[in-house]
Design a protein around this ligand. Structure first.
Ligand code: URA
Length: 474
């Protein structure tokens, strides 16, 4: 037998180098013993490593990822299993892609257990603050994972707690982070970690999320398996909280419903009150009703309805798509970057925005949250169709002589025509209410175009606005 001794850390890399060498030398699995650091010496001695062979070793990327994960399992057989899979893959091409094969199935189950253990380690490591004489705070934790996951699980902590020094001690070894890289040391006896204020915080957090009226002990055990309990400060609270739950539930029942906070009435009015119960008699009434609009779901995430602005007797109305981020926050249309471009171009065309009516086809901001940013999304057809209600009312009160549709959404809202904009730009179409609608580009399109095309599109927007001015003068 050929014995391969694997190191405590970076053992997958060591296994991979040895496996590549042995497959290259055509050594079958049953001639190799893979030995972890604590494995006893071989009583019968072992064969020397063969010289490098000439066989080309084939392995897929997915297999290597799987083998790396399985290498963190505590099962002593894992090395021979991943070697056996690699060996078989040399003569059976599709083998690694067959999850139904018993060996692949076993490897996948081992990998799953490792991934779960890593997930639990990320969730259940509890740091204790340690004395520090440097500028960075220092923390230590003790954790007992089921598998040998120290190296696989700790990069997560380096990213998340990059601004503090920490060590995580486990029976497998110790990971130490001092701001740069993680160093790994062999195991040492469990350190005596001081109690600290963070543990009080964990307990407070846990006590607050514990709902005595919804106790599901099986779900709790599966989320927080018993084997991790002894190192979690919050679990000491569990028996008492469970014992206390019936009394707390009864107390909640006895107390009855609590009074809604003062702002609840305002929220309820916005969410529940039908906004268009009676037809508005003035533009101001229409604005007030629109502020409570719930005709589509956009009202829930948007800050407010952005109603039109300008001269209520304007002869010219400009209709955009929908408010953007800045419009949503300020409650006024066309105040963000696209609005500034529009206002500059209007000034060049000798149109005073204060003397026109600026509004949007859709009156709530539609966005997708990305991190802390709210990314604009074009409203869909149902949003436009629901909001036509308000656009119609607004147009009825302002009664402009001419309307400029800025972009495809406005053009569709005003004319019902969904065909491409390019051949329609610069032309006048009949609106759904019969009034003339001049079609042009949306300023935000111009902001998104590359410089050479943006200049041309901006010139067209200017030309169209000048045309609008001429039409009104005629
Ligand atoms: N884009 C629009 O269509 N309307 C605005 O109010 C702002 C940006």
């Amino acid at each position: 037998m050929i014995r391969v001794d694997l190191p405590r850390f970076d053992r997958f890399e060591a296994w991979r180098d040895a496996a590549r060498h042995l497959v290259g030398a055509r050594i079958p699995p049953d001639r190799i013993t893979w030995a972890d650091p604590e494995a006893p010496a071989d009583l019968f001695g072992s064969d020397p490593m063969p010289p490098a062979g000439d066989a080309k070793v084939k392995a897929t990327k997915d297999y290597l990822t799987l083998a790396r994960t399985v290498a963190s399992h505590s099962d002593p057989e894992r090395w021979s299993l991943i070697y056996a899979a690699l060996w078989r893959a040399q003569s059976d091409r599709g083998f690694l892609d067959n999850p139904a094969d018993p060996l692949m199935d076993r490897l996948n189950r081992l990998a799953k257990s490792v991934r779960r253990d890593i997930h639990k380690m990320h969730a259940f490591v509890r740091f204790h603050e340690l004395p520090s004489d440097g500028p960075r705070r220092s923390f230590g934790a003790w954790f007992e994972p089921e598998h040998l996951i120290l190296q696989a699980a700790t990069p997560f902590f380096a990213k998340r707690f990059a601004d503090m020094d920490w060590l995580i001690a486990t029976p497998e070894g110790i990971a130490r982070f001092t701001g740069d890289t993680i160093a790994y040391d062999p195991p040492a006896p469990r350190p005596d970690l001081p109690e600290d204020a963070n543990h009080g915080l964990w307990q407070t957090y846990f006590a607050n999320i514990f709902n005595p009226a919804r106790i599901k002990t099986n779900a709790m055990r599966s989320e927080m398996p018993v084997k991790y309990w002894k190192n979690l400060p919050e679990t000491h609270l569990i028996p008492q909280m469970l014992a206390d739950a019936p009394r707390r539930v009864q107390a909640m029942r006895d107390a009855g419903a609590s009074d809604a906070p003062a702002f609840a009435a305002k929220v309820t009015a916005r969410i529940r009150q039908p906004a268009q119960d009676t037809p508005p008699e003035t533009l101001a009434q229409a604005q007030d009703q629109a502020a409570r609009c719930t005709r589509c779901e956009l009202c829930h995430a948007a800050t407010q309805t952005v109603w039109g602005q300008g001269d209520p007797d304007a002869r010219l109305m400009l209709v955009g798509e929908a408010p953007g981020d800045q419009e949503d926050l300020s409650g006024r249309p066309f105040v963000g970057p696209a609005g500034q471009l529009l206002r500059q171009t209007m000034a060049q065309a000798d149109i005073d925005p204060e003397k026109a009516w600026l509004t949007n086809a859709v009156k709530h901001f539609r966005f997708a949250p990305r991190g802390k940013r709210r990314m604009h999304q074009t409203p869909d057809r149902p949003h436009i169709e629901q909001c036509r209600w308000w656009l119609g009312i607004e147009r009825g009160f302002v009664a402009p002589d001419l309307t400029v549709a800025l972009g495809a959404t406005a053009a569709f809202a005003l004319t019902g025509d969904k065909t491409p904009l390019t051949p329609r730009r610069g032309k006048v179409q009949a609106g759904l209410d019969g009034g003339p609608v001049l079609i042009t580009w949306h300023p935000s399109l111009i902001l998104r175009l590359p410089d050479d095309r943006a200049a041309a599109a901006r010139a067209e927007l200017l030309e169209d606005l000048r045309q609008a001015g001429r039409m009104l003068a005629a």
